[in-house]
Write a protein that binds this ligand. Structure first.
Ligand code: 0GY
Length: 314
């Protein structure tokens, strides 16, 4: 590698984020929050973690804020991605640079000090993420995670969990013992080829039914879909919406738990190798899963504001 080359080479096959997303037709409600997105590096300034399982393309705060403005969002919730491990510097830098328009979900280890948690809070962090997706992380003992959850609970923070649907039975007791609000990423990654009333998705709905502290993000249709994007890139035909197979699942969650759902772009879409979504079309997907103005306002404004900017909620 020459002295001027980028310090990290991205994982082969990795797709870059969409360089010129379309302008959405769906007009977001005022104050809408993109409640699941990431920043990656840039690696020269914020190196990727040695323990990472993939190396992304650089996707920094300037590009994220430009996308926010292009799509019509008012705010972001930036979620620590595994490629940065428990080094939250890129996330903190983006939150601080946002002028209060971004809050964060960090990754911390048991060794984190109270002073470090104070600094994260001052930067805008309001939660920690526990990742159980085996292709993304090594195993962390449950007692370590529970100890972290107990320490962050008095700060009013919450826990974000990411896992695959097949692993929910093994994780159920751990999730339901957490002493904070718990936010599940991407509906616990259902296999949308299975019937919506099949055992896996029924189990997921039961988790939320029985535990009113558990929320769900209804994000990532592009990750969950097997029917895929629209036939013509950049075109959304309302009669044949993209990611159609995900709609009934996400809509069921939105309609059943309207006060405990969040939505995010997942920009810059880590680990996609077949298809990179047009973020404008992802916004156009929202009315398919939240069909009324009331549901849209709760999903995009009221719920994320309650969780991330509670001091602004009357
Ligand atoms: C997502 C999904 C993924 C990756 C991560 O932290 C991460 O690396 O969350 C994935 O590969 O499914 O939500 O960004």
């Amino acid at each position: 590698m020459s002295a001027s080359a980028a310090p990290f080479e991205k994982t082969p096959g990795w797709l870059d984020f969409c360089p010129s997303p379309s302008e959405p037709h769906f007009v977001l409600p005022a104050g809408a929050v993109d409640a699941h997105c990431h920043v990656f590096g840039p690696g020269a300034e914020f190196p990727y973690a040695p323990e990472r399982k993939y190396t992304p393309c650089d996707a920094g705060k300037a590009e994220l804020f430009a996308l926010r403005d292009h799509l019509g969002f008012a705010r972001n919730v930036i979620v620590q991605a595994t490629c940065h491990g428990a080094d939250n510097r890129a996330l903190v830098d983006a939150c601080l640079a946002s002028g209060g328009r971004a809050r964060g979900v960090a990754t911390v280890r048991r060794s984190v000090t109270e002073a470090e948690l104070d600094a994260l809070h001052a930067a805008g962090v309001r939660g920690v993420r526990f990742n159980f997706v085996k292709r993304l992380v090594d195993f962390t003992p449950r007692d370590e995670l529970l100890e972290i959850a107990r320490r962050i609970a008095p700060r009013g923070w919450h826990v974000v969990v990411y896992f695959e649907a097949a692993d929910l039975p093994a994780l159920w007791d751990f999730f339901t013992a957490l002493p904070t609000p718990v936010v599940v990423d991407h509906m616990g990654r259902p296999d949308v080829r299975q019937p919506i009333d099949g055992p896996e998705f029924t189990r997921f709905l039961r988790l939320l039914d029985r535990h009113p502290n558990i929320w769900s993000k209804v994000s990532c249709p592009e990750r969950l879909s097997h029917s895929g994007p629209p036939a013509l890139p950049g075109r959304c035909d309302p009669a044949h919406p993209p990611y159609a197979d995900v709609i009934p699942f996400a809509r069921a969650v939105v309609e059943r738990f309207p006060d405990r759902v969040l939505w995010g772009t997942d920009w810059p879409h880590p680990n996609l190798k077949d298809h990179m979504p047009d973020d404008g079309l992802l916004v156009d997907f929202i009315p398919q899963i939240a069909p009324t103005a009331e549901l849209q306002r709760r999903l995009l404004v009221d719920n994320p504001m309650r969780l991330y900017w509670p001091e602004e909620v009357g």
